[in-house]
Design a protein. Sequence first.
Length: 314
Amino acid sequence: MRGAVLVVGGAHIDRRGRIAGSTAMGASNPGRWFEEPGGGGFNAARNLARLGHEVRLIAPRGGDAAGMAVAAEALRVGIDDCPIVFLDRATPSYTAILEADGNLVIALADMELYDLFGPRHTRTLSFRAALAEARHVLCDANLPTETLTALAAEAGTRGLPVFAIAISPAKVVRLLPSLAGLEMLFMNAAEAEALTGARPDNPAGWPALLRVKGLKGGVVTCGAGTVVAFDETGTASLSPPRLETVVDVTGAGDAFASGVIWARIEGCSLGEALRHGAALAAITLRSPHATAENLSRDLANSYMPLVPDAEILS
């Protein structure tokens, strides 16, 4: 198996309602519901497992049917699932309303259970053992600030690179105290603005704003627009390939993060890592699921010719 990745973060139920026709705000709209396990960390974990990586998942969940559904999905895709179960609580959920073209109208995140996953859980023998066996760590901002800070610090003492997914503008600020300990943070423009308190006139301005906050590596996406990435060696940008059909936008950002992490583990340059991220995002945008069921290394590599070269900015 390729480099072991420890994923610590959200693993819950995603519920998505797709409107059948034109969206009528403030009114009842015909459509259909779809439900599956999801979560930023869990989506990335599934992608990385399908790409052949050994993945261990530590995520809080409730003692309910939704929690069992998450466990069953982890088992199905080959993830080593090590949950923190709160038997008297409900598993978190994310409920989204999508337009007919797959774009998001509005979403509601019921995530209070994650607040119970405090920093003491990072000090348990089982958690420390999981860190000892990992080569890379991925977390998401569903977890409390103190927990994320403790995780980044503990991983840092072990020399483990820590990747992070921003989740939302409201949650990304939980990562502020641990930015210096992150190898790379994946965010969209709204999340980057929540961190920096500013928005540049040109996407190429994001690295300077984020470096001032102490971040040494990051990727800022903007829907179908230009993606900018930076690390300690330089800065790059990429224009994602245009897709004629978008089935569902859910999970595309997590897929982009998965592709970049996959490439970085393989030793790819920053520009090539961006291309891998764009390829995985394109595959996911064409899937009705938050992670593409048919994802494989061969499929991802087949998409690479569709992705333009990244532009090296510095």
